[in-house]
Design a protein around this ligand. Structure first.
Ligand code: AHM
Ligand code: MG
Length: 337
């Protein structure tokens, strides 16, 4: 089979957007380059003094690891230099990063990202990821503002994730299906390995942090029990798989079929995950692959966004599993998020 690199694929797909001037293609290419650099560092994380904490705390109140900072810096540098982006919003930064440079004067896009998702897994050689989401700016000119990010997920132009796992993969969508590329280290290129990814309508995996069980809404508790019940006809009990890196859990479920849930808990009454740079991009990919992503009540991509670091519960994956979990929510959980 002929190898197709990410760069070749992006150029070929540009024809799908007759009025595009190639900026989105360049932007995706820049993300691919930053991903390779981050992957290189993730790979040697155990070898050099890059592990450990910087000692500072980010906006979410979490300890920031060095690799988070490294990934954040790499993506910001690549996106700022590229000239297609007028502002960046990152999980690691309290405020947006407006880009005010000669090259970005006519930039039409903004990027929201979680530069290193699954940060609790960095120190232990477990897969981590990057999530990104691209919107057209809504303001007219100059550096972007927070206003440019206050758009529903349905307005995303493209979204994707990179998984730094046993191999490094980049998966993205521009709203015309989902394609996955695996980094071939021998040539240093992402090569098309998973064309037109489709998630099964039904799976046998459920992914949720059951340590929080006591604090889950009743609907989630009942759904988990449903997954664990014995039933030959529906092939239950299902398997429980939870890595703690959302990208890795969702990527696996996308391929084999399954559901990922991060519900509200008494500790996090609005959920833990962030709408802008985690849930919306993942929802866009999952929907494009034929799955569903909801808050447990409504479609993620239709949730109104009011603040940069807004949180939301997330139920996503195989459509029939998400529907079933939502039925349990409707039946047993009164408070709606
Ligand atoms: P992070 O962006 O700080 O890494 O947090 C997001 C992560 C998800 O990737 C993962 O599924 C979840 O948080 C794990 O949280 P918990 O340890 O509460 O189960
Ligand atoms: Mg994250």
């Amino acid at each position: 089979m002929k190898t197709q690199t990410l760069g070749q694929f992006i150029i070929e797909k540009q024809a799908d957007f007759p009025f595009a001037k190639g900026e989105l293609s360049r932007l995706l290419r820049d993300i691919g380059i930053a991903a390779k650099i981050v992957n290189r560092e993730v790979n040697k994380a155990g070898l050099v003094e890059i592990l450990g904490e910087t000692g500072t705390t980010n906006i979410q109140g979490e300890r920031v690891k060095k690799l988070d900072v490294f990934a954040n810096d790499q993506f910001i540098a690549a996106l700022s230099a590229g000239g297609e982006v007028c502002a960046i919003a990152s999980e690691e930064n309290d405020e947006i990063i407006p880009i005010d440079s000669e090259v970005s004067k006519s930039a039409r896009y903004v990027v929201a990202m979680d530069p290193l998702d699954g940060s609790s897994n960095i120190d232990v050689n477990v897969s981590v990821g990057t999530i990104f989401s691209i919107y057209r700016r809504t303001t007219l000119s100059g550096p972007g503002t927070v206003e440019d990010f206050m758009q529903r997920g349905t307005e995303q132009v493209a979204a994707g994730y990179i998984i730094y796992g046993s191999s490094c993969m980049l998966v993205y969508t521009t709203g015309k299906g989902v394609n996955g590329f695996t980094l071939d280290p021998s040539i240093g290129e992402f090569c098309l390995s998973h064309p037109n990814m489709q998630t099964p309508k039904m799976g046998h995996v459920y992914s949720v942090n059951e340590g929080n069980y006591l604090h889950f809404p009743e609907g989630v508790k009942k759904y988990i029990k449903y997954c664990q019940d014995e039933d030959k006809a529906t092939n239950r009990p299902f398997s429980s798989r939870y890595i703690g890196s959302g990208v890795a859990d969702i990527h696996r479920n996308l391929i084999v079929g399954g559901i990922y849930i991060y519900p509200t808990t008494t500790k996090s009454p609005k959920g833990k995950l962030r709408l802008l740079y985690e849930c919306n991009p993942l929802a866009f990919i999952i929907e494009q692959a034929g799955g569903k992503a909801t808050t447990g009540g409504k479609r993620i991509m239709e949730v109104d966004i009011k603040e940069l670091h807004q949180r939301t519960p997330l139920f996503c994956g195989s459509s029939e599993m998400v529907d079933m979990a939502m039925d349990f929510m409707t039946k047993y959980t009164k408070e709606k998020v």
